[in-house]
Design a protein around this ligand. Structure first.
Ligand SMILES: [Fe+2]
Length: 407
């Protein structure tokens, strides 16, 4: 070993500043892309089993010490239909009246929601991206394929379509249309009115994993002028195959796209979701979620995607859920009703078509303040957290006692 490294320390230590010397070394080493530890490892979060705070909003979340200075964390946030809706209308007018469709140069006509805690990144949580798209009559988005799992939740009453691997899915309000990773899909609007929907993708997660890709070279386009898929299965194919819960057809392949166990149920109808919730409205429900149901892959019974979990929940008139927090990020879409949610100490008064994000680890609850039911759709990364052994959930009773829901 080098003699310099083995030289013993002197009995009386010289009064030189070790940290300054270390920082000088650091300045020298920077060009080599390494860093000499000159300070303690700042914890990004306190332990789950302690009260981690987060009762208050984004600023407090940061000031309270839960998040160290150079880290980015999603904060609670609320996007109101009354704020974003007019922008969709303005985009529609440009799309209908200007020289070319914005789809030509921007690929999509959409608003991307940006979480203010994430430094301007196009994502609402560490794992999910949310866009709100509009397609005016005669719009067509060419067929493409990507590694991200995606969905669209339809806001407009009718109009527009998505074709997934040849299955034509006509859009109605409350429908969810899934495009599992590795499925060819194209979108468009053959109707008379603009169609609006909310896109959810696990794109930021795949970017982090360095496995985000898109292919726009639809194979059929090499031989024809076609940039969209031919319809192989008419509207309602998914429902005909898998719409009878508990019955699985045995004469078709359930593989769609290239993923592992992708959901073959491509299109779930809002009217069926609403009826299913209605049938259960007199049950006790869950104290933290009300009457809640999970969308599942009908073949495996697991979440729709390994990365994203989709649910629908009904809150009865006046119903207030108890506080809950979980190790998952959740995006909420208000499909019906009015009320408010408290997320990390912030109150969001919501109405139809509003979107909220409830970041990982923050106490939250929902209150239906209306005289009729409220219906919320949620998309979360709970499926991912569960599969890597990191999912936990706690509830809080009225007296402040914290209970373990999933320990
Ligand atoms: Fe896509």
């Amino acid at each position: 070993m080098d003699a310099v490294l083995t030289k013993p320390r002197p009995a009386v230590r010289p009064r030189v500043n070790a940290r300054e010397l270390m920082e000088k070394l650091n300045a020298d080493a920077a060009k080599l892309n390494f860093w000499l530890r000159t300070e303690m490892n700042a914890p990004s979060q306190r332990a789950w089993f302690t009260d981690t705070g987060g009762q208050t909003g984004g600023g407090e979340l940061l000031k309270g010490g839960r998040v160290s200075a150079n880290q980015l964390k999603a904060v609670p946030c609320h996007w109101r239909w009354k704020d974003y809706g007019p922008y969709l209308e303005r985009i529609s007018r440009i799309a209908a009246e200007a020289d070319i469709s914005p789809i030509k140069f921007a690929d999509r006509q959409s608003i991307l929601l940006v979480n203010p805690g994430l430094g301007g990144r196009l994502q609402i949580t560490s794992t999910m991206r949310t866009a709100i798209s509009v397609y005016v009559p005669r719009d067509k988005a060419p067929a493409h394929i990507h590694s991200a799992n995606a969905s669209r939740t339809i806001l407009t009453d009718k109009g527009g379509y998505t074709n997934v691997e040849g299955e034509r899915c006509e859009c109605r309000r409350g429908d969810i249309i899934w495009t599992p990773n590795g499925t060819w899909h194209d979108h468009g609007n053959d109707d008379d009115e603009p169609v609006m929907w909310i896109d959810m993708l696990d794109w930021p997660l795949l970017e982090y994993l360095d496995s985000a890709w898109v292919d726009l070279d639809y194979p059929a386009a090499a031989h024809t002028e076609e940039t969209v898929q031919r319809t192989v299965h008419t509207d309602g194919y998914s429902t005909r195959l898998y719409g009878a819960g508990g019955l699985k057809p045995t004469f078709v392949s359930h593989q769609r796209g290239w993923g592992n166990d992708p959901t073959p149920m491509i299109h779930f109808r809002g009217v069926d979701v609403r009826e299913a919730l209605e049938r259960l409205k007199n049950e006790a429900g869950d104290p933290y979620e009300g009457i809640a149901m999970q969308f599942v892959n009908p073949v495996t019974g697991r979440s729709i995607y390994p990365t994203m979990d989709y649910r629908a929940q009904l809150l009865r008139a006046g119903e207030a859920t108890q506080y809950k927090r979980e190790t998952a990020n959740t995006c909420v879409i208000v499909m019906e009703g009015e009320g408010f949610s408290e997320v990390g100490g912030e109150r969001f008064d919501w109405n139809r078509n509003d979107v909220m994000v409830m970041p990982n680890f923050l106490w939250r609850r929902h209150v239906n303040t209306g005289k009729s039911p409220a219906v919320l759709y949620t998309v979360s990364d709970a499926a991912l957290m569960r599969s890597i052994g990191q999912y936990r959930a706690q509830g809080k009773l009225a007296d402040g006692t914290v209970t373990q829901i999933v320990a």
